[in-house]
Ligand binder design. Structure first.
Ligand SMILES: [Zn+2]
Ligand SMILES: [Zn+2]
Length: 362
């Protein structure tokens, strides 16, 4: 039976946002609504913003009266495949799409919002673009997005709101109105990176030196540089760190991630710090940036894991660096209960804190 109250998708609205709004509009919890549409499918344990699989589309179209093309367009798959350059598997993290890190219905993060956009909406709703890992600010309001409740620090989980909550611009845990949050400015270079990445996603080609490359190659190059910055931040007294410093990129930054988590799982503050470094590196000009690496005698092994192949666009640049000659393999003596380094302890503490952010049970 179709719903009594129709709920059209709003411009650029994400699928999860629409499902939550549709539930609140019908006066029920998101969980009850999706349970009624799909009795045997646990929607909220997956990242439903990615897509509604075609096999699950019919009951949704029947209940809502919205065309299936609208739901397909609202999904993230097409954009994410353009970014990745290959067809994405349903399971696994998608490159540059924030991961929810969900276990059952509980999440660790992965949803960001612009509180000013929410405040201006007549019906607050979530935008698709807020799920991209390179988004750290709002292009309209020039403020930093938020990825947690400013009061209780819970991740933003609108699917856990209930029928009485009425709108989704609030924390599902403490019910703070997110529209009251104090806004801050995004880091300017990270924001420039965001503008650049948006432009690449919208176009067919991205500029690279004197030539142009496919959007997927551009994003894989940017991921590579993110990896370089993370490696440099782990070795602040290395030729790589010195080379970056000579380019005006300090890699010792309190906001650099220490958790070792994938970029798509990092909080906004840590992604901003990394993108700031990457933007400075790219803004130098790739040729010039690599010349600095050569001048400081940085080895290729300092830049990336040799078991992984670097982006094709960078191969000729990387060939200018010397390779690390591997000496004869020495048998490693198993360590005898060595105490962990301070960094290892801090990293596991950061990962534990992230797990603790999600409520243990609900
Ligand atoms: Zn905004
Ligand atoms: Zn809260």
């Amino acid at each position: 039976m179709p719903w009594a109250l129709s709920v059209p998708l709003l411009p650029e609205e994400s699928l999860s946002s629409w499902l939550v709004r549709a539930a609140l509009r019908q006066g029920c919890d998101p969980l009850s609504l999706t349970g009624a549409i799909w009795p045997s499918w646990r929607v909220w344990t997956r990242d439903i913003d990615r897509e509604i699989p075609l096999a699950r589309m019919r009951p949704l179209v029947n209940a809502s009266g919205n065309a299936s093309a609208k739901f397909q367009k609202a999904g993230m798959r097409d954009d994410c495949e353009k970014v990745a350059g290959y067809s994405l598997p349903e399971t696994r993290t998608w490159p540059w799409l924030l991961a929810l890190g969900s276990r059952n219905r509980i999440r660790h993060g992965g949803q960001q919002v612009c509180t000013l956009c929410l405040a201006e909406d007549s019906t607050p709703y979530l935008r698709r673009r807020w799920r991209f890992a390179w988004h750290i600010g709002c292009g309209f309001h020039r403020v930093q997005l938020i990825d947690e409740c400013p009061v209780c620090k819970a991740p933003i989980e609108p699917h856990r709101l209930s029928a009485e909550d009425q709108h989704l611009a609030q924390c599902s845990r403490c019910h703070e109105d997110l529209r009251k949050a104090v806004c801050t400015s995004p880091l300017p270079e990270a924001f420039s990176f965001q503008v650049m990445a948006d432009r690449v996603l919208q176009g067919d080609k991205a500029a690279f030196g004197n030539t142009s490359i496919a959007p997927a190659d551009w994003f894989s190059m940017a991921s590579f540089f993110v990896g370089v910055m993370r490696r440099a931040s782990r070795r602040p007294t290395s030729p790589l760190a010195d080379a970056l410093l000579s380019l005006g990129i300090p890699v010792v930054n309190s906001r650099m991630p220490i958790s070792g988590l994938a970029f798509e799982l990092l909080p906004l503050s840590e992604r901003s710090a990394l993108l700031t470094a990457v933007e400075r590196f790219m803004d130098t000009g790739i040729e010039e940036a690599f010349s600095a690496l050569v001048a400081f005698n940085v080895k290729t092994s300092a830049l990336f894991d040799p078991r992984k192949s670097p982006p094709a666009a960078l191969l000729s640049m990387l060939s200018r660096l010397s390779h690390h000659p591997h000496g004869p393999h020495r048998r490693r003596v198993p360590p005898v209960q060595r105490p962990l380094s301070e960094r290892a302890v801090r990293a596991s503490w950061a990962r534990l804190k992230r797990r603790m952010k999600a409520e243990p049970t609900s």
